[in-house]
Ligand binder design. Structure first.
Ligand SMILES: Nc1ncnc2c1ncn2[C@@H]1O[C@H](COP(=O)(O)OP(=O)(O)OP(=O)(O)O)[C@@H](O)[C@H]1O
Ligand SMILES: [Zn+2]
Length: 480
């Protein structure tokens, strides 16, 4: 546990602030979750590695954490600015399945990816479970803040003070629009309720005072945040794209809901702090699902990379910096993780003791200072390596220090074995058992000083794409 004050960058004020819990001894965090109309790409997963590292840090500071990552299973249109088709219904039509089945399938896939990245269990409320509460919220704010037009109930952004303060850049026509909704008063007004067009039926629709239809995407997060965490809660997170439209709209709704209009009190915006992770990018630009082919965690596995190598890759960058994905970078992150796992393996039999020992003070202080400085995981990783390198100390003390650091970074160092990190690529022509069996035969031949057989086995493996790595300092033994 650490008592150093935690400094975090609050997007709302664009400055570093000291975290002070709303409820003493507790931290309540809401992270915008995925729209489950498709697989998540690894860029999306960067957002959850960041949110999880934040949650772990708050726990390490001694706070009882309540952390929500919602599931958007209705209401997110193909444009964040509330226009176009519902992403769920569009995919359902494309796959010839029900929107409910689509949501279930991709939610499960998402949760599997979270587990693979060692993201701690969180609450995952689904938007469709809160529709009554969304309607109640709409009723409460409708008179003062909304107007109806043909396509539904819209929020008039001029009815709250300082709309778009979070984005700092919202202008009347500053956002990309794909088509404009007839009857909207201001370009940036957004739907609270989307009425099903006359003569159509949606798979996901509910009765409301504004006709049959579905809730707006921004409303969902406001409602689930308020219901599950209460206003104000401590921290709201999301990817940096949400700073421009989704979160300013949530804040406007929250101001209306609190009946306090203004933004002078951080409380009025629903959360005290708003934090945003930067993008994972490819050379060609932001990784995105709309671009057709995209990188999934499963593809990394299929190519032989352990998912935690991707977590390592994320931690090597500051969450507010862009991170460019490359296979070489991922390979380097895997090697780094492997070195750490090997060092942790040496402590496997030790019972964790009291971490206070002179020799670990510099590394622990460095780690604490780095994490407390707006989650500087890149430096924290070097402190972890310094602690791992400390020699001639009691293994139990060392284990306790490493466990503490790993509880924050989530690399799972004590549960991973070296061999877990060597994943056979999906297209490999040979099974791991066959490789191990050939290696055992070769070892036996070498004991007999039968170098001809030993070389023959090496060639036989090489022909199948397996390179033996005699004397490899990482003990890798072979690679494909
Ligand atoms: N390339 C990226 N890097 C980091 N975070 C991202 C990236 N793309 C999206 N995110 C974040 O991932 C979370 C889930 O995003 P969401 O479900 O809205 O999908 P999306 O990837 O933005 O969809 P699409 O690519 O179809 O526009 C959000 O917090 C979003 O800000
Ligand atoms: Zn959201």
């Amino acid at each position: 546990m650490s008592n150093t004050p935690l400094q975090l960058f609050n997007s709302l004020t664009r400055s570093i602030e000291t975290f002070a819990p709303v409820h003493p001894g507790e931290a309540r965090v809401y992270s915008c979750g995925p729209t489950v109309y498709n697989y998540q790409h690894i860029g999306n997963m960067r957002a959850y590695v960041f949110a999880d590292t934040l949650g772990r840090t708050l726990q390490w500071k001694g706070l009882k954490l309540t952390h929500v990552i919602n599931i958007t299973d209705v209401g997110h249109l193909t444009s964040d600015a509330d226009e176009g088709e519902d992403k769920m219904e569009k995919m359902a039509a494309r796959q010839g399945k029900s929107a409910w089945d689509i949501a279930k399938f991709y939610q499960e896939d998402f949760e599997q990816d979270l587990a693979r990245l060692n993201v701690q269990p969180k609450a995952h409320p689904r938007a469709t479970e809160y529709v009554d509460e969304m309607i109640a919220w709409g009723k409460k704010v409708a008179d003062k803040h909304c107007y109806e037009c043909e396509s539904g109930l819209y929020f008039d952004i001029t009815t709250v003070e300082d709309y778009g303060r979070l984005a700092r850049a919202v202008t009347e026509d500053g956002e990309s629009r794909i088509d404009s909704v007839a009857g909207k008063r201001n370009n940036a007004d957004f739907a609270i309720w989307r009425r099903t067009p006359a003569g159509e039926t949606r798979q996901m629709e509910w009765d409301s005072p504004w006709g049959k239809g579905a809730p707006g995407w921004h409303l969902e997060c406001s409602v689930m945040g308020e219901k599950l965490l209460g206003f104000p809660f401590d921290i709201h997170t999301g990817g940096i794209d949400h700073r421009e439209i989704h979160h300013p709209n949530e804040i406007a709704q929250n101001q209306a809901f609190c009946g306090c209009g203004g933004l002078s009190e951080a409380a009025n915006s629903g959360a005290r702090m708003w934090m945003h992770n930067n993008f994972l990018v490819e050379r060609s630009g932001k990784m995105s699902k709309s671009s057709g082919e995209f990188l999934r965690l499963q593809l990394l596995l299929d190519k032989g990379y352990h998912p935690l190598a991707y977590r390592m890759m994320c931690l090597q960058a500051h969450y507010r910096s862009e991170l460019e994905f490359s296979w070489d970078g991922l390979g380097a992150a895997l090697t780094r993780l492997k070195r750490m796992v090997m060092q942790a393996e040496r402590l496997a039999d030790a019972v964790a003791g009291d971490p206070s020992h002179q020799k670990f003070v510099p590394a622990l202080e460095k780690f604490d200072a780095a994490m407390s400085d707006d989650l500087n995981t890149a430096i924290a990783l070097t402190a972890l390596e310094e602690a791992l390198a400390v020699k001639k100390v009691d293994a139990g003390i060392k284990r306790a220090v490493i466990e503490q650091m790993d509880s924050v970074l989530g690399l799972n160092l004590f549960d991973l074995a070296r061999t877990d990190l060597r994943i056979r690529p999906k297209d490999a022509q040979i099974t791991s058992e066959e490789i191990e069996e050939a290696i055992a035969r070769r070892k036996a031949a070498r004991v007999e000083k039968d170098f001809a057989t030993s070389d023959a086995i090496r060639d036989e493996l090489s022909a199948k794409g397996v390179e033996l790595m005699d004397g490899d300092p990482l003990g890798w033994e072979w690679k494909l």
